[in-house]
Design a protein around this ligand. Structure first.
Ligand code: NAG
Ligand code: NAG
Ligand code: NAG
Ligand code: NAG
Ligand code: NAG
Length: 393
């Protein structure tokens, strides 16, 4: 090779290296290295095929491992993330797998995930577009998981029930899945939750999505546990072991209004001592079934608050994170809870999370927060404090 050709080849490869390095350096990552991780917020999580899937939300990251924030402070996450549950890991070093999404409208904050565990699928609807940008027409999306922590996105067609333009997609509803259907109770619709919407309204009632018939229903008048009262920011959890079809437990949230826009800070809270139980009376899932009268609800008021429920809350206080608004805890066995990301005050988004990669585990047997996951842990046993409490009463 002639010297000048060698030089030019070297130069080309050097330039390529510099350009690639430059690009890599400037690029934002959905999963920054643990040392560059600052905060993850507004994500949601679910469990399928022995993996935790983490969906949506925004990420803040350093570029130099300690001070310089890369890009816009918060950036929307553009991949579907996953963490394996078949092997043990530590929050500080676990590899989070990122699967890029086929279209950008799939970047969403706090969206509703309905999990059909049996079929290895979750559906995604509602939530809001980060910064209200790049909004598109409302759809119900479907993610089909593979066995390696990845999977495929698609748009679900809805042959039965209501059309999407007959309901208002919102956020901050109480979401859960019963195994045969997804549920959202309450929430609020804003200009960032629906393309073309110009006002904010709290939503009453309960939306259901049947995994088999793909029918969306709005049960405001017929089967909502709260009737016309909008519930904003509550939590719902399905418990399968109770009764024939299991029960849904609803707790917390704000009392909204349907007639005008009310800032969250001016709404009353639902009393945390009131816990609402919701039960489907018939076997779910048969196509075309009229389910409008198939629910019964009951609200119980608990006056005694067990000591064990109070005395652990100070642990990890320095890592306090907003409850249902910015953190999503995903419960995949009776004994483990994973909290993903979150923040305390709004401005904490720029302060590095004390929890490595934002992954905080709660061990329900030991009633302790942990920074590692043990895939071989023994089966769940009630914590001693809980056993004692029951023994005494
Ligand atoms: C995701 O994509 C959007 C739009 O292209 C971009 O602005 C944002 O920075 C990306 N987020 C990350 C973490 O790379
Ligand atoms: C866990 O599952 C992954 C696939 O996601 C596989 O590559 C890995 O070998 C499995 N680990 C164990 C310990 O079975
Ligand atoms: C369900 O219907 C009620 C009554 O028509 C309406 O006020 C509410 O906004 C609807 N819910 C949704 C999520 O569209
Ligand atoms: C809690 O439940 C009790 C009994 O049903 C009821 O009287 C009270 O109004 C409820 N409080 C709230 C804030 O919902
Ligand atoms: C379902 O049942 C309700 C109450 O009986 C009735 O008003 C409604 O028309 C029924 N809907 C369908 C689709 O059959």
């Amino acid at each position: 090779m002639a010297p000048h050709r060698l030089t030019s080849a070297l130069l080309t490869s050097l330039l390529a290296t510099i350009l690639t390095a430059g690009t890599t350096d400037a690029a934002l990552l959905d999963v920054p290295s643990p040392k560059n991780y600052v905060r993850r917020a507004l994500a949601r999580a679910t469990v399928l095929n022995n993996h935790v899937y983490i969906e949506g939300g925004q990420i803040t990251q350093y570029e130099d491992g300690f001070s310089s924030i890369r890009g816009r402070v918060e950036n929307q996450v553009n991949s579907t993330l996953s963490i394996p549950l078949n092997e043990s890991w530590k929050s500080e070093s676990v590899t989070i797998k990122a699967t890029p999404k086929p279209f950008e409208s799939l970047a969403r904050n706090r969206w509703y995930l309905w999990t059909d565990t049996k079929n290895g699928v979750f559906y995604a609807w509602g939530g809001y577009w980060p910064f209200g940008l790049e909004m598109v027409t409302d759809e119900v999306y479907k993610f089909t998981a593979d066995s390696r922590g990845g999977g495929e996105w698609g748009v679900e067609t809805l042959p039965n029930g209501l059309r999407l333009d007959q309901i208002s997609p919102g956020e901050a509803g109480a979401v859960t899945s019963t195994g045969t259907m997804g549920i959202v109770i309450g929430g609020q619709a804003t200009p960032w939750t629906q393309l073309g919407r110009d006002n904010t309204r709290q939503l009453s009632g309960m939306i259901t999505f049947d995994f088999e018939s793909k029918a969306l229903m709005n049960g405001t008048q017929k089967f909502s546990p709260f009737g016309d009262t909008p519930v904003v920011g509550a939590s719902a959890e399905f418990i399968s072991g109770v009764g024939e079809n299991g029960i849904v437990v609803v707790m917390g949230g704000h009392v909204g209004r349907t007639d005008k826009e009310v800032p969250l800070g001016e709404m009353d809270f639902f009393d945390m001592r009131n816990v609402t139980f919701l039960r489907s009376l018939t076997a779910c899932g048969s196509i075309g079934r009229n389910r409008t009268t198939d629910w019964c609800t009951k609200t119980l008021t608990f006056s005694a608050c067990p000591d064990f429920a109070l005395d652990k809350t100070s642990q990890h206080h320095q890592a306090g994170r907003a409850g249902c608004l910015t953190t999503h805890a995903s419960r995949w066995a009776t004994d483990k809870v994973l909290s993903v990301g979150g923040r305390g005050r709004e401005d904490e988004i720029q302060i590095r999370d004390a929890i490595p990669q934002g992954l905080l585990l709660f061990d329900m047997t030991a009633t302790e927060w942990k920074l590692e996951y043990d895939s071989n842990a023994a089966a769940y046993e009630s914590a001693n404090a809980i056993k004692d409490w029951y023994k005494k009463r």
